[in-house]
Design a protein around this ligand. Structure first.
Ligand code: CTP
Length: 399
């Protein structure tokens, strides 16, 4: 938290008083704290309190004159390394989830690129209301981080979920979140995912069973951890993870072109795509009509994109995947050497829970020095976290 700019949004709930201690603890942790209050919040705690504790002017209106420094909403939005809303009422949650920006806090939230943490606090029935839950779900899906409220007797006398966690717990949560979120800040990742499709004619293609889930999980977790992520994806029904820039491609040739264009400017490449090794030599412009008993299709090799990246490698950390059905370790090792990789993730796609379209994977992570880490069956996003931790260690040269 030291030296970081944290913007704390305070909304109008009875728990607003706890935000004072959160601001105080953030200051003590070395952060520079700027508070934005909604009008309702200033009925619970005065702006002066936050000004004294944060040591910075408090913004509570879009229209008030700013005296000390340039702080229109864009300035604070750009300044923030982290944005946290304590407490977050049903009202601000609803506004953010639905794109409403009608006061200083909601407009600044809308304008920031910083990671945003919300700490919902309200009456249990309000919190459990499907409308609020749907809004929270929507925000989670968009990459907002939600700290679950505590359960207990609330100010209104009701016993249930909705109580703002204690300031010490909020700080702990923010510290962990911040560390995870900044692991790869300033780093550019290029991730490829899903299988390519090689056309035979306007109707048919040669494809494979890759769903793209592993590559998408890597792109998603890397972005959560602060990386700028470019995802080059073959056809898939998966949606683009929050904060990721995606280019859709279809063939190996299109993937090669998109990858080579980005390659010089990235720090890490993770090639999780299942690229076709062969494509039809002739692509028919009209649908091939049914004729004889047999039909022959002549195939030619596609470019091996990863091999090419290995030849051109400069600063980049190059990570490949090897989906095998036999001789897993020797095949994967051979690919790592031949393609000049810094790491290869090998999986036996015949194992249940490791194959295509599964939500889990069972992988072995191999490094050129001969090390091999065998992971148990894990959800793909957990596998992504472990792979990314290893990449971080390679970037910081700690392995
Ligand atoms: N790869 C690639 N371009 C290709 C084929 C593969 O970039 N034309 C990449 C994949 O994205 C993966 C790695 O190379 O990261 C290994 O892919 P795989 O299909 O397992 O290996 P191949 O070299 O194609 O060897 P084989 O199919 O014989 O196992």
């Amino acid at each position: 938290m030291k030296g970081k700019h944290i913007v704390v949004g305070v909304t109008g709930g009875i728990a607003a008083y706890k935000a004072v201690e959160v601001v105080s603890r953030l200051k003590k942790a070395g952060a520079s704290v700027h508070v934005i209050m909604t009008e309702a919040a200033s009925r619970f705690v005065t702006p002066l309190t936050f000004q004294e504790i944060s040591g910075n002017p408090v913004v509570d209106s879009m229209w008030s004159e700013v005296k000390q420094w340039q702080i229109e909403h864009i300035a604070l939005a750009n300044l923030a390394d982290l944005f946290v809303i304590v407490p977050a009422t049903a009202n601000i949650i609803g506004k953010i989830a639905n794109g409403i920006a009608d006061d200083m806090l909601s407009t600044t939230v809308m304008a920031t690129r910083a990671p945003i943490v919300l700490t919902p606090a309200m009456n249990s029935a309000m919190y459990l209301n499907p409308v609020v839950q749907k809004n929270l779900e929507k925000l989670r899906g968009l990459g907002y981080c939600i700290m679950d409220p505590d359960s207990g007797v609330l100010a209104c006398g009701v016993d249930g979920p909705g109580r703002l966690p204690e300031p010490a717990a909020i700080l702990q949560f923010l510290q962990t979140f911040f560390q995870q979120n900044t692991l790869f800040s300033g780093k550019r990742f290029l991730v490829t995912a899903a299988g390519t499709r090689e056309p035979i004619d306007p109707v048919r293609y040669i494809g494979n069973r890759s769903s793209g889930k592993m590559g998408y999980a890597i792109a998603s977790v890397a972005a959560e951890q602060g990386a700028e992520v470019i995802l080059i994806s073959g056809p898939t029904g998966l949606s683009c993870p929050p904060g990721v820039t995606r280019h859709m491609v279809e063939t190996a040739a299109e993937m090669r072109e998109a990858v080579l264009a980005e390659y010089p400017n990235v720090d890490v490449v993770v090639k999780a795509a299942a690229v076709a090794d062969y494509r039809p030599r002739i692509v028919h412009s009209q649908k091939i009509k049914k004729s004889g008993e047999n039909m022959e299709l002549v195939l030619e090799k596609t470019p091996d994109i990863l091999w090419e990246l290995g030849q051109l490698k400069k600063q980049q950390i190059l990570v490949g995947f090897a989906a095998e059905t036999q001789e897993l370790l020797s095949n994967a090792n051979e690919k790592m050497v031949r393609k000049n990789l810094d790491m290869i993730v090998a999986n036996d796609v015949t194992l249940p829970g490791a194959g295509f379209n599964a939500d889990t994977n069972i992988v072995k992570i191999l490094l050129p020095g001969g090390s091999c880490e065998e992971l148990p069956q894990l959800p793909k996003n957990k596998v992504a976290e472990i792979i990314l931790n290893k990449i971080h260690a390679l970037l910081t040269k700690s392995i």
